[in-house]
Ligand binder design. Structure first.
Ligand code: ADP
Ligand code: TPP
Ligand code: MG
Ligand code: MG
Ligand code: MG
Length: 304
């Protein structure tokens, strides 16, 4: 099948875009100077995340299909975390010319399938050659006329709840770092997060006052809600879901591990079914776990 260098820029674009799903919001997709994406609400939710080989993924740990799914999921989850429905992705793809064309096609199959899971499609992108694989992805979303769910609306007395897996990707990364390949479920969670995309609608349906996706670590990310809302968040560690499979460091992984793209929100009344209530919002500042300073260790790009 050859390399992407042999295909050339426009050959590669043709090969890749052929694999992408059609989506209702993308009125004009790849092929012109820019795409046209419907924004019925008049406001567009927009977010961007970069993924860099060696930092976010390793090609000896993850295949192209999972890398594509993960890169799309990381961006689509941010749209859902605003209480919006994902509509379109724009994909910047930088790779060495010697990259296999089949590798790039599998990457795009991953983008395509994750977009299908979230109801979005790919509106366009860019390709360049570079020494290292880098994915620069922008996701757009539609609020459907509703107000965005921000980080700043939590109020004392609200319940704090999470939806989705915590600590799985971090436990999988720890295993890979130690050169271990089991449990397979944890390795798979590192390779491919499964954000529960329905969480945005569920949170909105229960009057969420704040919402975000957990990318860097539960405690650190809840800290963003605490800061933006001017409140303290108190977590009860016994209420944090820590399945047996996470092993002896399960609670630490659940509190500090990111990349599962679970959703964490605050609710003035009941929390939605299938969310776990893990704490309360109080007056004050910062995050406390069982009344104490929480463990450190969340992801910071310039600390690792
Ligand atoms: N280079 C940058 N220029 C402008 N804004 C940025 C930049 N990097 C991050 N931000 C903004 O800072 C906020 C926090 O970023 P980040 O922690 O990456 O959020 P998330 O974890 O949801 O992806 C976001 O609103 C993001 O748009
Ligand atoms: C090879 C490798 N090393 C380390 C990690 C761990 N890691 C990389 S980025 C990250 C945090 C999430 O990524 P980020 O770029 O901060 O996304 P955002 O918070 O902007 O959504 C973590 C835990 C990884 N996924 N792969
Ligand atoms: Mg980001
Ligand atoms: Mg986020
Ligand atoms: Mg981050």
């Amino acid at each position: 099948m050859g390399t992407i260098g042999e295909l050339g820029e426009f050959g590669l674009i043709g090969r890749l875009t052929r694999r992408l799903p059609q989506g209702p919001a993308v009125r004009l997709g790849p092929g012109d100077d820019a795409a046209v994406v419907a924004a019925p609400d008049g406001r567009v939710v927009a977010t961007t995340d970069l993924l860099v080989e060696g930092r976010h993924f390793r090609r000896d740990w993850s295949g192209p299909y999972d890398i594509g799914r993960k890169a799309a999921a990381q961006n689509l989850a941010d749209v859902v975390a605003m209480g919006a429905r994902p509509t379109a992705l724009l994909i910047g793809f930088a790779a060495p010319a010697a990259t296999g064309a089949g590798w790039a096609e599998r990457l795009y199959d991953g983008f395509a399938d994750e977009c299908r899971a979230a109801g979005a499609s790919v509106a366009g992108g860019d390709v360049v050659s570079a020494p290292q694989i880098t994915l620069a992805i922008t996701a757009l979303g539609d609020l459907g006329g509703a107000a965005p769910l921000t980080r700043s609306g939590a109020r004392p007395g609200d319940a704090v709840a999470v939806r989705g897996r915590l600590g799985f990707a971090a436990a999988g990364l720890a295993l890979l770092t130690e050169g271990r390949g089991r449990p397979e479920e944890l390795i798979a969670a590192h390779r491919r997060p499964e954000p529960p995309y329905a969480a945005g609608d569920e949170a909105r349906g229960h009057g969420a006052t704040a919402l975000l996706d957990v990318s860097d670590g539960l405690v650190q990310d809840l800290g963003h809600i605490a800061d933006a809302s001017g409140v303290r968040i108190e977590i009860d560690s016994a209420a944090v879901p820590v399945p047996e499979i996470l092993g002896p460091d399960g609670l630490r992984h659940a509190l500090t591990g990111g990349e599962d793209h679970a959703f964490a929100g605050t609710f003035p009344g009941d929390v939605p079914p299938s969310w776990a209530r893990i704490g309360v919002v109080a007056e004050g500042a910062g995050v406390r776990v069982d009344g104490r300073e929480p463990p450190s260790g969340a992801w910071d790009h310039f600390a690792f």
